[in-house]
Design a binder for this molecule. Structure first.
Ligand code: CMP
Length: 505
């Protein structure tokens, strides 16, 4: 061994390694999408090996050692060149906030194809192996590989087709064949990862997805409509029914007013007129919850308008039984009387007056989130919470669109007295906190009670003044406290106003 030759080998190898590593540092800095690490260093070493063999006079194409080194270097060079083209061209985005020019799936397939082609070339041309002939002539091998890869290839190509066509994106809600509703998590070579509302993961093969019919609800960026059918009585005019249904649908959580709700009379059926509704929402993640909201609001709204949902007509065998309806009404009246006689404001009243008041009240039910009283609207009824709770809120005078919570009123509490007693517009909005029942008293019923015992006006004006005071205190952060304090009306003022409004002596 001549030491001078080794020195040359070391110098050449060192030089190549230095240049390759310097290039690596430059690429890492300048080309952020270039992600090769270990493979790059192996490539640099393969170049060093080639240079060393060349310097030592070993034939790179003729000898076995040279052939193997050349093949390895060629394969690694292919990978490095591909990684560069990938980072500089294929991965470049189409535009701002957009995906890469060539989808990942297609890039992966391209790289694999390129490696196989270069590998075959190296095997036949450098290593002198009759690989091509073996591959082509071996029908058994071709059949085995072909059959083994059949499904995989089908999935890969389907995945590429889906990736190019983009019928859905991660985050979209799909209904796949069989009616399963699930959200797209991501896509891989073989399958698309979906997750159902129940938290179950589905890995649907791409080949299945590309041939089956998909319904894509999107991820909430665009509205979609749900369709609802309902049978309602012949006795109520369609215009009234449509108005009630429209109002109910619009009040459902998540319902949009644009595109507008459509209510159509669909058909005259055996026991009812069928109405068809189309209601729009963006709640892709909870369609059944949205339908439940609309249907519930319809029930409450119909109930309050006295419209029954009819049942199919049946033959019924009657037998003697106590009058259930009368019993039910008697029970409701007793409960209302008990509730009223427990209220501070009615403490002074005779039992008979309380009973009359309870008899004149009307029971109404509201779904959670429904508005019972809206700030600024006219109002001439008093409400007593019979079941559940309501939330009183008022618009913030300092911040437009914001609301300040004033109180939660529970069973036995009353509200709506301010407008009823003074004739002013509603001073606050009252919303059902959960499913709740209220007893509604009209102005007429309250007037009769005030006539029966004018002392009630005093307790009412006391309650009114106390609430005004509360409201002002709650809003004090939003206003000048002194100005607020001077604007509060006292009990006596309210009493005078109530007497005037109800023409009491
Ligand atoms: P009214 O103005 O007719 O309609 C809204 C109702 O909210 C109002 O009557 C009161 O009954 C009630 N309300 C207003 N302010 C308060 C408050 N601070 N605390 C409790 N209830 C209130």
């Amino acid at each position: 061994m001549i030491p001078a030759q080794w020195l040359t080998v070391a110098a050449v190898a060192g030089g190549i390694l230095l240049v390759a590593e310097a290039l690596y540092l430059l690429l890492r800095k300048r080309v952020p999408r270039f992600r090769l690490k270990l493979l790059y260093h192996l490539w640099a070493l393969s170049l060093v090996a080639l240079a060393a063999l060349q310097t030592l006079g070993i034939d790179l194409l003729g000898s076995t050692l040279g052939g193997i080194a050349s093949t390895v270097a060629l394969l690694l060079t292919t990978l490095v060149v591909y990684a560069l083209v990938d980072a500089l061209i294929l991965q470049q985005p189409w535009g701002k906030d957009q995906g890469p020019l060539v989808p990942k799936l297609a890039r992966d397939v391209l790289r694999l194809g390129l490696l196989i082609a270069v590998g075959l070339f190296a095997a036949t041309e450098i290593l002198d192996q009759p690989v091509g002939a073996v591959l082509v002539s071996s029908t058994v091998l071709s059949a085995v590989i072909g059959l083994a890869l059949q499904d995989t290839l089908k999935n890969i190509f389907s995945g590429m087709a889906l990736d190019l066509e983009k019928p859905f994106h991660p985050g979209d809600w799909l209904v796949i064949e069989g009616g399963v509703r699930a959200q797209v998590v991501d896509m891989s070579w073989r399958s698309t990862h979906l997750r159902t509302k129940e938290g179950l993961d589905i890995y649907e093969p791409n080949a299945n997805l590309s041939v089956s019919r998909l319904i894509n609800y999107g991820s909430g960026e665009r509205p979609f409509a749900v369709e609802i059918r309902i049978g309602l009585p012949y006795g109520v005019p369609p215009a009234e029914v449509k108005e009630v249904l429209r109002e109910a649908a619009l009040s459902a959580p998540g319902a949009l007013d644009r595109p507008s709700v459509r209510v159509l009379l669909e058909s005259f059926d055996d026991h009812a007129i069928t109405y068809f509704m189309r209601v729009w929402t963006r709640r892709t993640s909870n369609v059944s919850g949205f339908i439940d909201g609309v249907n519930s609001r319809i029930w409450y709204q119909l109930k309050r308008h006295g419209i029954d949902i009819p049942f199919p007509i049946r033959t019924i065998h009657m037998h003697e039984a106590p009058d259930m309806e009368q019993q039910r009404q008697g029970k409701a009246l007793r409960k209302a009387s008990e509730l009223f006689s427990g209220l501070d404001i009615f403490q002074e009243l005779d039992d008979e007056v309380v009973r009359q008041l309870a008899a004149s009240s009307q029971r109404k039910l509201f779904d959670a989130g429904e508005v019972l009283v809206r700030e600024g609207e006219e109002g001439d009824s008093l409400f007593v919470v019979e079941r559940g709770a309501v939330r009183v809120t008022k618009s913030d005078p300092e911040a437009e669109g914001k609301h300040v919570d004033l109180a939660i009123l529970e069973e036995g509490a009353f509200f709506g007295e301010m407008s009823l007693l003074t004739g002013e517009p509603r001073s606050a909005t009252v919303i059902a906190s959960d499913h709740c029942g209220v007893l509604v008293l009209t102005k007429q019923a309250v007037a009769t009670t005030l006539e029966a015992d004018p002392r009630i006006a005093e307790s009412l004006s006391r309650a009114l003044a106390a609430r005004r005071q509360d409201t002002m205190e709650t809003l004090e952060d939003h206003r000048d406290r002194d100005a607020a304090a001077t604007s509060i009306e006292d009990e006596q003022t309210f009493l005078r106003r109530i007497r005037l409004f109800f023409s009491l002596s």
